[in-house]
Design a binder for this molecule. Structure first.
Ligand code: NI
Length: 166
C-alpha cells in the first residue's frame, strides 16, 4: 500500500518528532509496514525512507540502492573518513537538492526485521550517506535543520513559490 509522505515545511512538526524503538515483541506487526515503506519509496523514486516520513514514529528505515535493506532500531557505532559535503535529496522535500556534510563510511548496528537478531554492517558511499540521512529522520532531523536560518527561510520561500510549500 502506497502511503502519503509527509512534506517539509507543512508537516515540519511531525517530521521533528523523535521516533521510538520497535519493541522486541512487535516485530510480527511491522511486516506490513516494511512492505508499505518499500512500495511508497519506489513510487516516489527514492532510495531511502524512514518510518516518520509516512507518519509512523518508529525507529525503522528502508533503503534500496541496488539491494533491499531494512534497518530496525539502527545505531551508527563508528564513522570513518572525514566529513564531506555531498548533494542530498529527501522525499519530504521533493525536487530539492542541498549540500550536506556526511561521512564516507559508517558502521550501523541494527535488528533484523524478521528475526529481531542483532546485526552489524559497514556501509560506504551512497549507502553510508543514506543511512546517516535516515537516522537523522529517526531523531527528528531533516535537511533544513542542518541549514542556516537564512538558507532555511530561502528554501521555504522557494518551495512555497513552487506551490508545494505553506
Ligand atoms: Ni529524507
Amino acid at each position: 500500500v502506497i502511503r502519503s509522505i509527509l512534506k517539509w515545511p507543512q508537516d515540519g512538526r511531525r517530521l521533528h518528532e523523535k521516533s521510538v524503538p520497535v519493541p522486541g515483541d512487535e516485530f510480527e506487526d511491522i511486516k506490513e509496514l516494511v512492505q508499505d515503506m518499500f512500495e511508497t519509496m519506489y513510487d516516489a523514486g527514492g532510495i531511502g525512507l524512514a518510518g516518520i516520513q509516512i507518519g509512523v514514529a518508529l525507529r525503522i528505515f528502508v533503503m534500496d540502492n541496488h539491494e533491499q535493506r531494512v534497518f530496525v532500531n539502527p545505531v551508527i557505532t563508528a564513522f570513518f573518513g572525514k566529513k564531506e559535503l555531498k548533494n542530498e535529496g529527501c522525499l519530504s522535500l521533493p525536487g530539492i537538492v542541498e549540500m550536506v556534510e556526511r561521512h564516507e563510511e559508517v558502521d550501523v548496528e541494527y535488528q533484523d526485521h524478521v528475526t529481531a537478531a542483532k546485526k552489524k554492517i559497514r556501509l560506504k558511499g551512497i549507502e553510508a550517506q543514506c543511512a546517516q540521512h535516515e537516522i537523522d529522520h529517526l531523531d527528528g532531523i531533516t535537511i533544513p535543520d542542518k541549514m542556516s536560518p537564512l538558507d532555511r527561510t530561502r528554501l521555504a520561500s522557494k518551495l512555497s513559490k513552487k506551490g508545494i510549500g505553506i
